[in-house]
Design a protein around this ligand. Structure first.
Ligand SMILES: *Cc1c(COP(=O)(O)O)cnc(C)c1O
Length: 366
């Protein structure tokens, strides 16, 4: 028997979550963002859940080829654009739309012999200071691009740094609106946090194309302020394992490396076939939640490479073979949001999904 751990991918939940994005911005088209191998889920595994999207956005050219190989005929957008001139040949061949965020990309396009003109997303740096033209340089970049025979149309695009938090998006919206005034073309601004928190009441945020990523994968972009239940999102990845051993601790006995957890009363401990080599974060403290046969319990002691120890004291029916949900869907409709584990680890759901280890057998849930 293989080691009892697996990850399950839920494409139907992804379809539901994408529908939530569309409902928040019903007048906009939806890019399903599948970069980083669909946030660690596997593009091929989630593909069935993408059917309701208007386009697929990513940034790795090899991933764009995989999306085309799966049969996707709709738009595909490269979020970071081309890295070198020959990437444009692939854009022409596979009909990829691409972002332009600096002059060398315009130079490459101007020198490119294309069969059909390209759809270009021109990116403005409206304050995040990663990619894009400063507002003052944006119009001249637009003018230069619009004069190229290689360009079919230009979508005006920016990325928001604080859609999930206190600073908010007003300063970036203002910069974007001022610099794009009277420029024709579609607009695209919203990531997941902007879709859920701002798009419903602000048509400028909705624009013509939204770009939901993390919300599609069942993680709340503004957790802990709002959880996935609040946003009506469903987990798209379940990590589950089984209990492979039981220990009885006397008062004063410890468990795991460093004896970091000492029992204050007699305890029953379950040893779970999951550790940090599976992608479960080592840094989480005792008390981090798990589901055992769908009921909440907690980790005790340190996470080790291949094992985690959990408290079974309140669950006398649990034993060897009991199902342990590390995150995602448990039995009988129970849910443990990945955001709870991410929070305990001092990170975000994005990082945990992307870090699921290759050694974990991963299946599409039926
Ligand atoms: C990753 C990404 C998104 C999606 O962001 P989420 O926070 O996952 O919704 C949208 N736009 C761009 C440009 C991105 O790189």
């Amino acid at each position: 028997m293989p080691r009892p751990i697996e990850a399950l991918i839920h494409p139907d939940a992804l379809a539901h979550n994408l529908a939530r994005a569309r409902a928040a911005a019903p007048d906009a088209k939806v890019w399903a963002v599948v970069k980083a191998n669909a946030y660690g889920h596997g593009i091929e595994r989630v593909y069935a859940g993408l059917a309701g999207a208007d386009g697929i956005a990513l940034l790795d050219l090899a991933e764009a080829e995989r999306v085309r190989a799966l049969g996707w005929r709709g738009p595909v957008l490269l979020l970071e654009g081309c890295f070198e001139a020959r990437d444009l040949e692939l854009c022409s061949r596979l009909n990829l739309w691409h972002t332009v965020h600096h002059d060398a990309q315009i130079d490459m396009l101007a020198a490119h012999k294309t069969h059909a003109p390209h759809h270009v997303f021109l990116k403005m740096n409206s304050g995040m200071n990663r990619l894009g033209y400063a507002p003052a340089a944006y119009r001249s970049a637009w003018l230069r691009l619009s004069g190229l025979t290689q360009v079919e149309d230009i979508t005006l695009m920016t990325h928001l740094s604080d859609a999930d938090g206190a600073r908010g998006i007003a300063h970036q919206l203002e910069a974007f609106d001022a610099a794009t005034e009277n420029l024709p073309g579609d607009r695209s601004l919203a990531n997941s946090a902007a879709v859920l928190r701002h798009a419903p009441h602000d048509p400028r945020v909705r624009g013509d194309w939204i770009r939901p990523g993390i919300m599609s994968y069942g993680s709340s972009p503004d957790y802990p302020e709002h959880d996935i239940a609040h946003w009506d999102l469903r987990p798209t990845m379940t990590l589950r394992a089984r209990i492979i051993a039981i220990q009885a601790l006397a008062t004063g006995a410890s468990v795991g490396y460093g004896s970091s957890y000492v029992a204050e009363r007699p305890m029953r401990i379950g040893v779970v076939a999951c550790g940090y080599a599976d992608g479960y974060p080592r840094v989480v403290p005792s008390g981090t939640p798990v589901l055992i046969d769908g009921m909440r319990s907690a980790i005790v002691g340190r996470v080790s490479m291949d094992m985690i120890t959990v408290d079974l004291t309140p669950l006398p029916a649990a034993g060897i073979g009991s199902e342990v949900t590390l995150w995602g869907n448990g039995p009988n409709g129970s849910v443990l949001a990945i955001d709870e584990i991410a929070r305990a680890a001092g990170t975000v759901g994005y990082e945990l999904m992307c870090a699921l280890a290759p050694r974990v057998p991963t299946h599409v849930a039926s």
